[in-house]
Design a protein around this ligand. Structure first.
Ligand code: FES
Length: 110
């Protein structure tokens, strides 16, 4: 039995949520499947930027670097910061247990 992989997500109200994740799932899918508000309009195809999150600085260097595609799409997101990423491009893995993400402006549904 594995101990599980957990993702911490801070919503737009500043509330922290600890979400159980499955290896190989996109962080965006974990957030959406737990019912947190995330627009993720394109469903994970790296074509909308409405799954924009800020990565906790402690974790930034531990993620694989963004692809050119992700960087191009992030250019179209709101309030992009150095720690901005698209959550559909982050694949959950055991080494990411404890990863902390904050939902960014523009990721709210509706
Ligand atoms: S869900 Fe559209 S870019 Fe991530």
């Amino acid at each position: 039995m594995s101990d599980g992989i957990f993702l911490t997500v801070i919503d737009r109200e500043g509330v922290r949520h600890r979400l159980e994740a499955l290896e190989g799932w996109r962080a965006m899918e974990v957030i959406r499947d737990h019912g947190l508000p995330i627009k993720a309009e394109c469903g994970g195809a790296c074509a909308c930027a409405t799954c924009h999150v800020y990565v906790d600085p402690d974790w930034l260097g531990r993620l694989h670097p963004p692809t050119d595609e992700e960087i191009d799409m992030l250019d179209q997101a709101f309030e992009v910061e150095e720690n901005s990423r698209l959550s559909c491009q982050i694949l959950m893995a055991p080494e990411l247990d404890g990863l902390t993400l904050t939902l960014a402006p523009g990721s709210e549904p509706g």
